[in-house]
Ligand binder design. Sequence first.
Ligand SMILES: [Zn+2]
Length: 96
Amino acid sequence: MIEAKASYYQCRFCDKVFMNQGLLQSHIQCCHPADSHLAEYKTRVQADKLQNETDMLKELTKSQLEAAQHAHAVRFSKEYEMQKTKEEEFLKLFDR
Ligand SMILES: [Zn+2]
């Protein structure tokens, strides 16, 4: 019974089983065309994303990392000073 079961091809998208892969593929194309395309698309996107992230990690050197952190710190301090200036201007209105 186990041997017979092993020769079945189960559909990924429903509970139907088929005697061979050709029947399974035609069933998927017939009954789940959107699902099969979506599954393929998702797999491809995930593979691309993973590849991109791996490349980014390779390309990101230590100095680039420090530069990015510095840029962030500069932006943050500029925002802080802008906020401070606004507060000072606001206080000046009452200082007359
Ligand atoms: Zn199915």
